[in-house]
Design a protein around this ligand. Structure first.
Ligand SMILES: [Zn+2]
Length: 237
């Protein structure tokens, strides 16, 4: 079954790795340097020119030109302005890329889309602490899977026809066809009775707080134990 999602992975890791983002960063840097050497603003910029290619990049990711040397995908966190320090402009270009990937995820057929879509989700994507999420993901394979959408509940696995029990993962619980919200946030037999966060992306992917990501990683480990036995945890680090 498909689990880790390419859009979610691109949002977390793509700022430094995804070719589309790297091309955008490179173009912006080149335009910035050329501007410092006297490049003039032309509208429309000729196709194939450096400026024209950067304009096309922003259009591709759903952005538009606000005024000379400034582009945005809509929210204020995505306003790229070459009058700012280049580091800030590059950061905001990456936010444009992340928002584009998020829209790609919302347009996919993933079963989580209904619970994480909505106007507020965009703001949450733009406010997530990716450095902390990446740091924990490096250290913990379970957290890495959770953050990329790879946690599949017993109910989800059952629907997909996987040969695993659909019962709740927590010892002492008799619920069958256990959903994600049951095993992560509602089961009274959980090893930690954390309250479900209001932030839907935090509750599903652990993107809003390290506390949630760590907890969902524990849920993921318990899933592995019920499906593969304790030895699975000794083989992961
Ligand atoms: Zn349960």
């Amino acid at each position: 079954m498909h689990a880790a999602n390419r859009f979610l992975r691109a949002i977390i890791w793509g700022g430094a790795l995804h070719p589309l983002c790297l091309i955008g960063v490179r173009l912006l840097t080149m335009v910035s340097k050329s501007r410092a050497r006297g490049l003039r603003w032309v509208d429309p910029a000729p196709r194939g020119s450096l400026l024209g290619t950067l304009q096309a990049w922003f259009k591709l990711v759903g952005g538009s030109c606000l005024r000379p040397w400034s582009w945005s995908s809509g929210p204020v966190q995505t306003v790229v302005n070459l009058g700012d320090a280049l580091g800030l402009a590059v950061h905001r270009l990456r936010e444009c890329f992340r928002l584009f990937m998020w829209k790609g995820f919302l347009g996919s057929k993933r079963h989580e889309v209904a619970e994480v879509s909505g106007e507020v989700s965009q703001r949450l994507v733009l406010s997530a602490d990716w450095n902390s999420i990446r740091d924990l993901s490096f250290a913990c394979p379970a957290a890495r899977g959770v953050a990329c959408g790879a946690l599949l509940s017993p109910a989800c696995m059952d629907r997909g026809g996987a040969p695993f029990s659909s019962s709740c993962i927590w010892p002492g619980c008799s619920v069958s066809c256990a959903s994600f919200s049951h095993i992560a946030w509602n089961c009274p037999h959980r090893s930690n009775l954390l309250i479900q966060p209001q932030n839907a992306l935090d509750a599903r992917f652990g993107w809003g707080s390290i506390q949630s990501l760590k907890w969902l990683a524990e849920v993921q480990k318990q899933i592995w134990v019920t499906r593969h036995g304790d030895a699975i945890l000794r083989s992961s680090h």
